[in-house]
Design a protein around this ligand. Structure first.
Ligand SMILES: C[S@@+](CC[C@H](N)C(=O)[O-])C[C@H]1O[C@@H](n2cnc3c(N)ncnc32)[C@H](O)[C@@H]1O
Length: 207
């Protein structure tokens, strides 16, 4: 998607996201946050959206969220205020292609259902790798294109409509696996219907 389409598409999604796409993707978010809760320290959630995950983080983590869409971010800010989520230390409007954080800032980076949305996902992965501490983890949940079957055909057919629907249905996992400092530690299919992938990458301690 181009960045203008992200803006218009997610301004449209924001009022209805939690009750639509947000429901469909809830298993992946729960899985990712439960995994992150087994660690400690600082967390950056890239593309935090309406903040559906925020209440689930354990209270002694320090969670920062960024998103490009003001409308999605406003929803997240409202949740933080309403629920008094003091572990959420910062929510900022930012482009994931150009993260405004120093190198090695975070112990864990979460990217949930965002990598098939962002323009230039390779550049986003490079930024994620840069701001992750050596030995830190990158936790991803996303839909990746299937290689066979009816759903695979549907994913390819709907691909040209990415700017309208709000994500790339034909997104290939290889797109995000090119960072040399990040190695795959865990990868499995998760609900609904095994359509999503849960992925953990670890940043090398020395480059
Ligand atoms: C499908 S939503 C996922 C939101 C949330 N992670 C979740 O699981 O509910 C994708 C989000 O990515 C955000 N996004 C897209 N491109 C972005 C970019 N370049 N920088 C930051 N956020 C971006 C959108 O604004 C949107 O909130």
């Amino acid at each position: 998607m181009d960045i203008k389409a992200v803006q218009t598409s997610y301004a449209r999604w924001a009022p209805v996201y939690d009750k639509t796409f947000g429901v469909l993707t809830s298993f992946g978010r729960r899985q990712a946050v439960d995994y992150i809760n087994s660690g400690s320290g600082s967390v950056l959630e890239v593309g935090v959206g309406t903040g559906l995950s925020l209440e689930r983080y354990k209270s002694d983590l320090r969670v920062t969220g960024i998103d490009f869409s003001d409308q999605m971010l406003e929803k997240a800010q409202k949740k933080v205020r309403k629920q008094g989520l003091s572990h959420v230390v910062d929510l900022r409007q930012m482009d994931a292609r150009d993260l405004d954080f120093p190198d090695a800032s975070f112990d864990t980076i979460a990217a949930m259902h965002v990598l098939s949305v962002v323009p230039e996902p390779e550049r986003v992965m490079s930024e994620i790798a840069r701001v992750c501490k050596p030995g830190g983890k990158v936790v991803v949940t996303n839909h990746f294109v299937r290689t066979k079957g009816v759903l695979a055909a549907l994913e390819r057919i709907s691909a040209p409509f990415a700017n309208t629907i709000g994500w790339h249905s034909d997104f290939e996992i290889e797109t995000i696996l090119g960072e040399k400092v990040l190695s795959v530690e865990e990868q499995r299919q998760i609900p609904p219907l095994g359509m999503m992938t849960f992925l953990v990458l670890r940043k090398m301690t020395k480059s």
